[in-house]
Design a protein around this ligand. Structure first.
Ligand code: MTE
Length: 317
C-alpha cells in the first residue's frame, strides 16, 4: 500500500515452501497437542484448533480455495510490519485469549463480550468469499463466522448511529510495529480503525469472522475476530477487533488519515477507478500466475450495487 520496503529475501525464496511449512506446522501442531486441549486457553489459542461450522452454499463461491499455506503466509497486517511474511513470522506475540469485544455507541444494550461467549452466541457458518487487496492480489477463502447484523441486532441500535467503527487492539507488547521507533514503522495512526455505513455493516454479506479453513483464525489473519467485507478492498476488513461502535459521523479511518487521496472511505472494488499509482483493472489470485479481470464490487454487484444507487463512485471511491 503506501509503504515502501527495502528488497529482502523471504523464507519462501530460500526454502521450498512445502518443506518449511510442513516443518513449521509439525512443530506448532505437536506443541499444541502436547500442552493444550480444545477450549483450554493459555493466552494463545492453539493454531489449528478445529472450529465446526455449516457451509452456507448460498454465500459460497464455487471456485477452489487458495491454499491454506498461501492464505496464511502472504498477508498485510501492518501491526507486525510491512513485509508480506511479517504477520506469519512475527504473529506469535499476539495473545488471542483472553479477549473481549466492546460493542457500544448508539445502542440500547451496550455490552462487552468475551470472545468465547461471542463464538457460542450465534450459529457459525462457513462461506467461501474472495477478498481482493488494493495491491491487486486476491484470495478465495472458506471463512467461518456469522453475520455482523446478528450481533448489531442483539445490542439494539437506537437509530442515531449511521456508521459502524471497528477498532483493532492497541498493545505494543503484542504488536511490534506499534512500538515507537520500530524498524519500518509505517505512518499509520494506531490503533487501526476502519468503518462502514450502517447499511453496509448490516448487509447479509458482511461477516464477523472467527475462523477459516475449518479452524480458528490464525494470528496473522486477524485472530480472534475480524470482519470480512468481500465487495470492498481488503483493508476495509479490520483484524483483531476489540471494539465495534455505532457512531453518527463517518469514522476517520487509519488509511484515510495516512493518505486520503489513495484510500477512500468506501473503497468498493472498482476496476474502472485506478489507484493513483496503479491500475485496479485486473488482479492475480495468490497461487496463480495469470492475471484475471477484476469484477465490479469484486463480483458481488448483484447483491450490493443497490446500496450505492445515486452515489458517484468515482468521487466516493
Ligand atoms: N487489519 C489490521 N488491524 N491491520 C492491517 O494492517 N490490513 C488489511 C486488512 N486488515 C490490516 C487489517 C489489508 S491491507 C488486507 S489486504 C487484509 O487485512 C489482508 O488480510 P488477510 O490476508 O488475512 O485477509
Amino acid at each position: 500500500m503506501l509503504i515502501r520496503r527495502a528488497p529482502r529475501f523471504t523464507a519462501s525464496e530460500i526454502t521450498d515452501p512445502k518443506l518449511y511449512l510442513s516443518r513449521r506446522e509439525l512443530i506448532s501442531g505437536t506443541v499444541a497437542a502436547l500442552v493444550l486441549r480444545p477450549g483450554q486457553s493459555d493466552g494463545a489459542t492453539p493454531q489449528g484448533q478445529p472450529l465446526s461450522a455449516t457451509r452456507n452454499a448460498a454465500f459460497s463461491l464455487s471456485e477452489p480455495a487458495t491454499k491454506f499455506e498461501h492464505a496464511t503466509t502472504y498477508n498485510n497486517f501492518y501491526e507486525f510490519g510491512v513485509n508480506k511474511d511479517d504477520p506469519s513470522r512475527l504473529g506469535g506475540t499476539l495473545r488471542p485469549r483472553p479477549w473481549t469485544v466492546q460493542v457500544d455507541g448508539f445502542v440500547h444494550k451496550p455490552k462487552t463480550f468475551d470472545i468465547d461467549e461471542l463464538i457460542r452466541l450465534f450459529p457459525l457458518e462457513e462461506r467461501v468469499y474472495s477478498l481482493r487487496c488494493v495491491e491487486a492480489w486476491s484470495m478465495v477463502i472458506p471463512w467461518i463466522g456469522f453475520p455482523l447484523a446478528s450481533l448489531l441486532k442483539r445490542v439494539e441500535p437506537t437509530g442515531q448511529g449511521k456508521f459502524v467503527e471497528f477498532t483493532t487492539l492497541l498493545d505494543p507488547s503484542q504488536f511490534p510495529a506499534q512500538k515507537p521507533g520500530f524498524f519500518g514503522y509505517s505512518s499509520l495512526d494506531w490503533p487501526y480503525v476502519e468503518g462502514l455505513r450502517l447499511d453496509e455493516a448490516t448487509h447479509p454479506l458482511t461477516l464477523l469472522t472467527v475462523g477459516m479453513y475449518g479452524k480458528v483464525l490464525p494470528n496473522q489473519n486477524g485472530a480472534p475476530v475480524r470482519v470480512v467485507v468481500p465487495w470492498k478492498y481488503g483493508f476495509k476488513s479490520a483484524k483483531s477487533i476489540v471494539r465495534i461502535r455505532l457512531v453518527s459521523e463517518q469514522p476517520k479511518t487509519s488509511w484515510e488519515k495516512a493518505a486520503a487521496q489513495e484510500y477512500g472511505f468506501y473503497s468498493n472494488v472498482n476496476p474502472a477507478v485506478s489507484h493513483p499509482r496503479w491500475s485496479q483493472a485486473d488482479e492475480r489470485r495468490i497461487g496463480e500466475f495469470r492475471r484475471r479481470p477484476t469484477l465490479p464490487f469484486n463480483g458481488y454487484a448483484d447483491q450490493v450495487a443497490s446500496l450505492y444507487t445515486g452515489l458517484d463512485l468515482k468521487k466516493f471511491y
